[in-house]
Design a protein around this ligand. Structure first.
Ligand code: PGA
Length: 255
């Protein structure tokens, strides 16, 4: 048994109708026949597919379910939104602060902090995504940007609650580009984030928080990230909707 839990999270983004989602789960179930107790494989389909996937997963303890987005208010006149509270009992994880939401939909820090807090309130583990743009990296500001995203994203959480957050480092320039960060880039940011959490909270809090890497993860590069002592897993986008690629990435955990 490993000393740490490894998370492989699949962010299906805006792919798969409910029937396609069912089929993908069936294919994944055939391809991934065993998931050890110290590993969590989390499927994050579009919101529309959540109940279908949940139904498909009945009696199947290999996969856990996550949501890609939700609104922090419990209910109200918010046309087109679904609330975190509505997801309670349906999903175990919620992706928050993904760069496609920060940059594509203009989600600001305050809203992200509320989503993180709403997830905790509803007993859903938030996966808080942080990461710098290409320009921010080139100008030497990557760490300042990530520190700011950590500070604002966790602003409404108590130290005890922070222990139950997962942080995904996803450099914006690596997402969906085929141009992943190097394992050294990830290692460097993980150790910075670990120090930041120690200073902001305590060593105990810092050591409890799992760090994932995300951004153009493939079966070819997955192992190099998983081999990092400081890496607790991967957030996989494009490669997670191809069952063969995703199964291959999952198989790298035990390589
Ligand atoms: P990608 O996406 O693997 O397609 O780069 C990562 C993500 O969306 O989290």
């Amino acid at each position: 048994m490993r000393e740490k839990v490894i998370y492989i999270v699949g962010n299906w983004k805006m792919y798969c109708s409910p029937s396609e989602a069912s089929l993908l789960v069936q294919r994944l179930t055939d391809a991934i026949t065993h998931v050890p107790a110290d590993m969590k494989v989390v499927l994050c389909p579009p919101s529309l597919d959540i109940t279908t996937v949940r139904h498909e997963l009945e009696g199947n303890d290999r996969f856990l379910l996550g949501a890609q987005n939700a609104y922090p208010k419990d209910e109200g006149a918010f046309t087109g939104e679904i609330s975190v509270a509505m997801l309670k009992g349906l999903v175990d994880y919620l992706i928050v602060g993904h760069s496609e939401r920060r940059h594509g939909f203009g989600e600001r820090d305050g809203l992200i902090a509320q989503k993180v807090a709403a997830a905790r309130r509803n007993k859903i583990t938030p996966i808080l995504c942080v990461g710098e743009t290409h320009e921010e990296r080139l100008s030497g500001h990557a760490k300042i940007v990530v520190a700011d995203q950590l500070e604002t994203g966790l602003a409404l959480m108590t130290p005890e609650e922070v222990k139950r957050v997962i942080i995904a480092y996803e450099p914006v320039w690596a997402i969906g580009t085929g141009d992943s960060a190097t394992p050294e880039d990830a290692k460097d940011m993980f150790s910075y984030m670990r120090r930041w959490l120690t200073t902001a909270y305590s060593q105990k809090v810092s050591q409890a928080v799992p760090f994932l890497y995300g951004g153009s993860v493939t079966p070819e590069n997955a192992h190099a990230f998983l081999a990092l002592v400081s890496c607790n897993g991967l957030l996989v986008g494009g490669a997670s909707v191809n069952y063969q690629s995703f199964a291959s990435i999952v198989s790298k955990v035990d390589d």
